[in-house]
Write a protein that binds this ligand. Sequence first.
Ligand code: SF4
Length: 548
Amino acid sequence: MTKFSISAELESFLPSTTEDEKKALRLSLQAEGCLQPLTVWAEEQVLVDGHNRYRICVDEGIPFTVTERNFPGLEAVKEWMLLQQLCRRNLSDNHRRWCLGQLYERRKGEKGNKTGANQHTKSLEDSPQNGDKPKGRVVDQIAAETGTSKNTVERSATFTRTVESLAKVYGASFRDLCLNTNKFTDGSLKALLELHEKDADAAAGIATIASSMGRTEIGERIAAELDEWAATQVEDEPIAPPAPAVVAAAPKASPSLPAQLSAAPVVPSRPPVAPIDQPEQPARKPAPPSPPMITEIELVDGKKGFIQSRPGYRSTFNETNAMVDWAKWTWNPITGCHHGCEYCYARDIALSERMKSVYPTGFEPTFHPERLQAPANTTARNIYGQKDKNVFVCSMADLFGKWVPLEWIQQVMDAMIANPQWTYLCLTKFPQRLKEINDLYGGFPDHVWVGTSIDNQARVGLAERCFKEIDAKVKWLSCEPLIVPLRFEDLTGFNWVVIGGQSAQNGLPSFMPPLEWVGHVYDVAKRDGCKVFCKTENMPQMTREVAW
Ligand code: SF4
């Protein structure tokens, strides 16, 4: 059991999210549960990621899990928090610039002061007019890491310094205003800061701003904006008021990834223990979401299926966690599966007591029509390149299972085709249905990548034949978990082969496939021109004994 505390410094380190964002997060947690574990600084047992989720989960009694992460010190924690923030969906442009600028300032501070003193704090106090331009190496490094340009990092650093200087005058809520809206242009902020430096009294008095600026257009605009903002402030707000410390207890997240795909969102494996101290409760709880409307239908295999809809619910993708290194998102317009794999993590999640409200139809095939809007509702970010675009489709189902009604598949296909800003990764154990859909659509568009998962010899021949006739930009074979020896004849239908062992889960022990099994798949894959990706989490001998 993990006990952790809340640090006021870390909780207020990042700017507040808007009320709308908090509402959306609450609705999402109510509807789908807390799929992503909170992150705790292992050495200090302090929460570093998921403050909003934590408070909502405690408030709503939603189970959550905790994962621990090692950091060498507080600065490393803050830098990691900024990078996490940069990966978030729905981050406003200014918020993103502020994070980039903060990252730059902190790195620059580190360079200037190896002892770790607060050089970054000094940097933030500097005026952007001081000609303190970002230094090349740090700028280039951040630009490369975050997939932005050097100019963007430089402009972001200037923006951040300006905002922080003004936040010292007008308070933390002014920072939130700048970051969460586009009310002020960079020119307005710069002019306001210049005015403050020349005439602090005039700049502090909102009513006098316009006249102090000679009633220029920019002065009028700033005065009007500040006036509007001031009207929303109940009283003068201190900068970053410290929050009371909270101590909580929660279970550790399951240390192992689900074996079959290792790409599912990490979900609670055990219900959390109630917090020792409850955080401050909001005065009124928002109304709970209305229960979903569920319609039962008969599927082609004669079994039950369901259509579960929540009219008006604004669905978005779910973010995967840091352990999933090849997809940023999961999207489940269909849940439930009839394959019955013994090692299935998805079935365990859907049938667990704690997820009952999220999966009222259990693991029966279920279509969620409102989730078709998620590709359009989710904001794309380009921080880590391709990974940010990758969406794992139906991590809780087999989209191409033989029981899935054609019209469900067509609606998912149509949503993918209509939203080419994402790269969709679809994995099935039923390649013949994938081939059927391939023929219906005349192949898959370049942004839809398709794969098949093979866990026994009986699936091999069909997969090899079907994939040779499937037209897709990326086709991959997943031999994960490799729990029996597989003999392949022809892998020319694939571009990629993924090989992995099995994590301990569902009462099953972890399994590390013998080198000979891996070697055969590797040899055929390389002979047929595939790239091979060996997952080493459950196969540590691969890194030691195999040259690739
Ligand atoms: S194919 Fe179906 S039963 Fe098998 S692991 Fe995937 S979701 Fe679970």
